[in-house]
Design a protein around this ligand. Structure first.
Ligand code: FMN
Length: 193
């Protein structure tokens, strides 16, 4: 077995839309996953809005979560690396993504010490503002983001996306996502050494 193989990457889209362009970026990433690496696209649509009243106290002060939240936290904790595809809502993260991040951050922090990368599709300034906001949260969460390549797409680029499905259409675009996957796998192997 090649060193570093067996890596599990969790792909998380910040959009709940069926034809989301950002979820389309994760499908593009899926096509570029090398042999021996596992890739799963998470479904964060069923998570309740974070409300600490939904938390219970177990033995030894351990926090108990609703079943769907517990499953989400387990999925995050079981991943070796995270690939976020983050849209931009009002210069920030979508509520859905922030909510999913916050649930998994409750003690013990499921994001702790994980390598991560960000891709995104947004409007005039692509999704760079949400990228910045996510990186800022990543400091507190102790996520280790790759810096390059920067893989941001402008949603209005003619011919870039199929808006009926969210699929990324161009060879160049798909290659940029593939390069991000390559960099994330290499970064994950490096951190695992
Ligand atoms: C509430 C809301 C706020 C938005 N704010 C921004 C923004 O600040 N910057 C931006 O580039 N696009 C903004 N957009 C446009 C999104 O980038 C666009 O809808 C994008 O396609 C969403 O990603 P998705 O296709 O993955 O759902 C906003 C869209 C919505 C619905």
């Amino acid at each position: 077995m090649a060193p570093g193989s067996g890596i599990k990457i969790l792909g998380i889209s910040g959009s709940l839309r069926k034809a989301s362009l950002n979820t389309g970026l994760l499908r593009s990433a899926e096509k570029a996953i090398p042999e021996g690496v596992e890739f799963t696209i998470a479904d964060i649509s069923g998570l309740p809005m974070l409300n600490q009243d939904l938390e219970g106290k177990g033995p030894n002060g351990v926090i108990e979560f609703p079943e769907v939240v517990e499953a989400w936290r387990k999925q995050v904790a079981g991943a070796d690396a995270i690939l976020f595809s983050s849209p931009e809502y009002n210069y920030g993260l979508t509520a859905a993504l922030k909510n999913a991040i916050d649930w998994a951050s409750r003690p013990p922090n499921a994001w702790d010490d994980k390598p991560a990368a960000i891709v995104g599709a947004g409007g005039g300034v692509k999704a760079y503002q949400s990228n910045r906001v996510l990186r800022l949260s990543g400091i507190f969460l102790n996520l280790h983001f790759i810096n390059k390549p920067e893989t941001q797409f402008a949603i209005r680029d003619p011919g870039l996306f199929d808006w009926s499905t969210g699929d990324l259409l161009t060879e160049e675009g798909n290659q940029r996502v593939a390069d991000t996957v390559t960099a994330l796998v290499a970064w994950t192997k490096r951190l695992q050494q």
